[in-house]
Design a protein around this ligand. Structure first.
Ligand SMILES: *Cc1c(COP(=O)(O)O)cnc(C)c1O
Length: 399
């Protein structure tokens, strides 16, 4: 038994079996590469599920974490801490948002957004509590966010769910219109459905939702937990959609791997969360905030976003070319934007994921038949080409 198998076996003996980890144990990361317990190297095209935007152990993030580790770790939100203020200043400077609430995950950011929408209406004497979400959406695993999640497999067996959550087909404005009422508190949508298969909102859909929300008086929440922090090209996906939401949620890449989530909103809506209404012990923790601050600075001032643009296009073109070579019978579509891409196959992708891993390239699924790529934004053209050729090789072995 090698070291990977030995660790996997020990894990099986002590961990809740809610995950099915790959048969390798990762022990070290550097840039776009990961190393397993036997010292084998992998090219990382999944970035810890759309998280490691700057790659693994980025020297500036490591330095920020080390420096913060020597000054202050945790004191709770009963005190002001500088890293949290500095991070909030950056998020407000770079987006529509005027006020930020910090949690530790995407689910917590969405939970805060959904609770905010109910509370804001209640403060005005309106009994609005219903949420409109979409089929195929993924918003997290807390009871409220899993209730908003649009794939039954994620919530079956956990009923009763949070009442008042309705789902419309993604892209169907008429269905949304028929669900809207004087009971609607908010519409929550991902600009690109990540877990749901890297599906971009159809042209005009987000604009239509903005108009419907304005007419109705409900809030419009963009879940940018996966699309945010440069994943689709701009810093936030809403910036190229032509519309501005009332609330935007972030997590995944915000801390480049350090757990942190953020709910970003305007002064008008932030008012609903007065002292005592909502909280998180670790939210905006100095260690996490210091890392996230460096992430935003690298992406915006450090030029990472700009340099990533042509590489993201190159990745998209490469996947498109692979899809063409295999034809629409086998690869239904290549899609996505920036560094969030997918190939939809005519068959399960699990064997492709396994073969790629055996060949030293890490990719993930998004649904049974969809191969998803979410590499670090610092990946080079050469690394993209190397990854794509391994994916193509694996596809040849399956088809
Ligand atoms: C991953 C994800 C979440 C949940 O984030 P967690 O940090 O796992 O709670 C929510 N929304 C979207 C769009 C996501 O991709």
């Amino acid at each position: 038994m090698d070291e990977n198998e030995a660790l996997a076996k020990r894990g099986e003996g002590v961990l809740v079996p809610n995950y099915r980890p790959a048969p390798i144990a990762l022990v070290r990361g550097e840039g776009c590469h990961l190393f397993d317990a036997e010292g084998r190297q992998y090219l990382d095209l999944m970035g810890g599920i759309a998280t490691a935007v700057l790659g693994h152990c980025h020297p500036k993030v490591v330095a920020a974490l080390e420096e913060q580790a020597h000054s202050l770790w945790h004191v709770s939100n009963l005190f002001t801490t500088k890293p949290q203020v500095e991070l909030a200043e950056r998020l407000t400077r770079h987006s529509f948002a005027e006020r930020i609430y910090f949690g530790n995950s995407g689910a917590e950011a969405n939970e805060a957004a959904l609770k905010l929408s109910r509370r804001w209406h209640r403060d005005r004497g309106d009994d609005r509590f219903e949420i409109i979400a979409f089929d195929g959406a993924f918003h997290g695993r807390t009871l409220f966010t899993v209730s908003a999640t649009g794939t039954p497999a994620y919530w079956q067996g956990f009923e009763p769910l949070v009442p008042g959550v309705h789902h419309a087909p993604f892209g169907d404005l008429e269905a949304v219109m028929s669900l809207l009422s004087q009971r609607t508190a908010a519409i929550i949508v991902e600009p690109v459905q990540g877990e749901g298969g890297v599906r971009t909102a159809p042209e005009g859909f987000l604009r239509g939702l903005r108009e419907l929300a304005d007419q109705n008086g409900c809030l419009l929440i963009f879940d940018e937990v996966q699309t945010g922090i440069g994943r689709t090209g701009p810093l936030f996906a809403y910036q190229t959609s032509g519309v501005v939401p009332d609330v935007m949620t972030l997590a995944k890449a915000l801390g480049n791997g350090i757990p942190i989530g953020a709910m970003c909103t305007t002064t008008r809506f932030a008012e609903a969360l007065v002292p005592g209404t909502h909280a998180s012990t670790f939210g905006g923790n100095p260690l996490a905030a210091a890392c996230a601050t460096v992430v935003l600075d690298e992406l915006c001032e450090g030029g990472v976003l700009e340099r990533a643009q042509p590489v993201g296009d190159h990745l998209g073109a490469g996947l498109e070319a692979i899809a063409q070579r295999f034809g629409p019978q086998r690869i239904i579509e290549a899609r996505g934007a920036g560094h969030l891409r997918a190939l939809e196959l005519n068959q399960p992708v699990a064997p492709i994921v396994a073969r790629c891993r055996e060949k030293g390239v890490l990719v993930i699924q998004a649904g049974e038949m969809i191969l998803r790529l979410a590499p670090p934004l610092v990946i080079t053209r050469e690394q993209v080409d190397e990854g794509l050729s391994v994916i193509e090789e694996a596809l040849h072995e399956i088809f």
